[in-house]
Design a protein around this ligand. Structure first.
Ligand code: AMP
Length: 286
């Protein structure tokens, strides 16, 4: 597998091979099957896939979270090498830039994503999506991908990226991919590496309670479903709910009554010890 550490090397390579389509999968590393599913989707749809690993400092609102973010590039490379990376019909290359390559000048950009900049992750992680938008805009300008792949695990991020592409009229198609879960239902995440086996078992309740909410949405009110979820989480001492929102899957505006919308998603952020996890489940979509 080719590994490029500079913008110049990567761009030279892209100009030389001139693939019919470039798929791009941005990641922060500590790769797992969730990331792999995005890369495989890209391999099905593009002759060349660029996977990036870059722990983007501008999207961390807490220095401590940036420092503690898991990093293991050699294990990542090993995992990627299982993907038939050098097959010319579905080649995968890795872009592993330094901070200086991505941010050669100290620029601060400011984006407005309307309601998406105000709710849930935006509210609890100030500046987070500004940092995400900055790095994605920069990556898109370096790689000029045909398609870019993002997980529905970070549902709000996917909405922000779609909005960014629309605002800037970028010629890239954004493709959302379903959440990959552990056998016990826990959404795969690089942050799960920081959980003990016991915490992982307890964390699986997040998905279980979201599925209960989906079931209850058929008969109970929005308020009742929310209250039941909050009580269920409270019964598991190691889980601390940061937020639960039941919202429109298109606008992410929270709702009070099921009749308001026909695409409804439940979103949560939960602390397991000091590890913050997010998850979501579609309650219904007509
Ligand atoms: P990250 O490395 O956490 O920034 O994630 C990189 C990409 O992988 C993002 O588009 C995530 O939404 C996606 N991703 C992370 N975990 C999962 C998962 N469990 N299932 C599907 N996609 C995921």
């Amino acid at each position: 597998m080719f590994v490029f550490k500079t913008v110049k090397e990567l761009q030279y390579f892209l100009a030389t091979v001139t693939p019919s389509g470039i798929g791009f999968v941005p990641t922060m590393g500590a790769l797992h099957q969730g990331h792999i599913s995005l890369i495989e989707k890209s391999q099905q749809q593009n002759e060349l896939t660029v996977c990036s690993i870059f722990v983007n400092p501008t999207q961390f609102n807490k220095q401590e979270d940036l420092i503690n973010y898991p990093r293991n590039v050699s294990a990542d490379i090993e995992l990627l090498q299982c993907l038939d990376c050098d097959n010319e019909e579905k080649r995968v290359v890795l872009f592993l830039p330094s901070e200086n390559e991505i941010y050669p000048k100290k620029i601060e950009k400011s984006y407005d994503f309307g309601n998406l900049s105000l709710v849930m992750e935006a509210q609890h992680r100030p500046g987070h999506f500004n940092g995400v938008a900055m790095v994605i805009e920069r990556f898109f300008s370096i790689i000029n991908p045909t398609n870019a792949y993002f997980g529905e695990k970070d549902f709000q991020q996917l909405a922000v990226v779609r909005n960014l592409v629309k605002q800037l009229r970028l010629p890239v198609q954004i493709i959302g991919c379903p959440i990959v879960r552990e056998a016990n239902g826990l959404a795969m995440s690089s942050r799960n590496e920081r959980l003990t086996p016991e915490q992982k078992e307890q964390a699986a309740n997040i998905y279980k309670f979201l599925l209960d909410a989906k079931q209850q949405a058929k008969t109970l009110t929005v308020g009742e479903v929310k209250n039941n979820f909050i009580s269920a989480i409270k019964n598991i001492p190691v889980l601390q709910l940061e937020y639960l929102e039941i919202a429109d899957g298109n606008t992410l505006l929270s709702i009070n009554d099921w009749s308001e919308i026909n695409y409804c998603v439940a979103f949560v952020a939960v602390f397991v010890g000091n590890v913050r996890l997010i998850d979501n489940v579609t309650l219904y979509k007509d």
